[in-house]
Design a protein around this ligand. Structure first.
Ligand code: ATP
Length: 311
């Protein structure tokens, strides 16, 4: 009579009971708890869906990973790293995609993530050509803040780039794609695996196959340059000599303070990159936050005040 399908009126309990016949165990989440509404995108071994949790109506991004594909390409470790990293980061920061639940069936792993409705920052840069200096300041500050949290939890991202910076309803950043994330046990000593994306690769990764949290700050320098100039600072591995020799230049009109910041991030010595130095050093996180480029940023309202118009 009310015009609702019978299914939607069924109370959550009976849903839980009925699903126990299928894949889920002991009241854990399963595919049946969600309505899969539309496909949001595809990765190399996954498909991301917009899914609605039937019990609450809340929408999420549900990443479905094909188990057979993982096995065939020996990517089980990548999926596990992604899950472990997200679990360690928890719900502790608004700028990092939160993992709400995981579950699996015979064929797939499912990760239920925060939904970032406004897609990838890369798409916006491509569409707009470049971003206004106010936008760059805002997004750079959000990345800095999220990196500070991530690193304090012993996580390095290692593949920071505008494709992995998603935008939520309010056009705030949500960092995603922790498949190449690394958990540091203690001390944050460098790790020796080549991962990352060519345009954002740091000299230490190129030369010694080493990355540390400092490599995330190199990537930040590349991203700030790209948002302002509308092109990569280094084109990729073909530019490896240029990366090592810090051979790049700023286009005319490039904001002076942003130039100074980029120069302090694109530094060869990982320990002297702004943001990456030990607390109390001239290169520590506080020094990065205090850089003149961020003078007008209110760090306390960074995640609550409205975002500047994306232009
Ligand atoms: P690869 O696995 O090759 O690195 P990827 O990281 O882009 O690719 P996925 O994480 O599966 O792969 O994401 C696929 C697409 O789904 C992405 O391009 C992104 O646009 C979209 N997407 C991913 N996560 C979310 C999310 N939390 N909210 C909204 N859209 C998302």
């Amino acid at each position: 009579e009310l015009g609702y399908p019978e299914d939607e009126l069924r109370p959550p309990q009976s849903r839980t009971q009925s699903k126990s016949r299928n894949s889920s165990v002991n009241g854990r989440m399963s595919v049946e708890d969600f309505e899969f509404k539309e496909e949001l995108g595809q990765g190399s071994y996954s498909t991301v869906w917009l899914g609605k949790l039937l019990a609450t109506g809340q929408e999420y991004a549900i990443k479905r990973i094909d188990k057979a594909h993982l096995k065939r390409h020996q990517k089980e470790q990548t999926a596990l790293a992604e899950k472990n990293t997200l679990v360690r980061l928890g719900s502790g920061h608004p700028g990092i995609v939160r993992l709400h639940w995981t579950f699996q069936d015979e064929w797939s792993l499912f990760f239920v993530l925060d939904l970032a409705r406004n897609g990838e920052l890369q798409t916006r840069i491509t569409r707009l050509g470049s971003l206004s200096i106010e936008c760059v300041r805002y997004y750079a500050a959000q990345i800095v803040d999220a990196l500070g949290y991530m690193h304090s939890k012993g996580v390095i991202h290692r593949d920071l780039k505008p494709e992995n910076l998603l935008l939520d309803d309010a056009f705030r950043i949500k960092i995603t794609d922790f498949g190449t994330g690394k958990l540091l046990d203690s001390g944050g000593e460098p790790t020796k695996t080549f991962v990352g994306t060519a345009q954002y690769v740091s000299p230490e990764l190129l030369e010694h196959n080493e990355s540390s949290k400092s490599s995330d700050f190199w990537a930040l320098g590349c991203i700030i340059y790209q948002m302002i100039a509308g092109r990569f600072v280094f084109r990729g591995l073909a530019d490896w000599q240029k990366i090592k020799q810090l051979e790049y230049s700023f286009p005319e009109g490039f904001d002076e303070q942003a130039q100074d910041l980029v120069r302090k991030l694109l530094v060869r010595d990982p320990d002297q990159r702004l943001g990456a130095g030990p607390p109390g050093s001239p290169y520590d996180m506080q020094a990065l936050r205090s850089h003149p480029f961020f003078a007008s940023i209110n760090w306390r309202t960074l995640w609550t005040a409205p975002a500047p118009p994306l232009e």
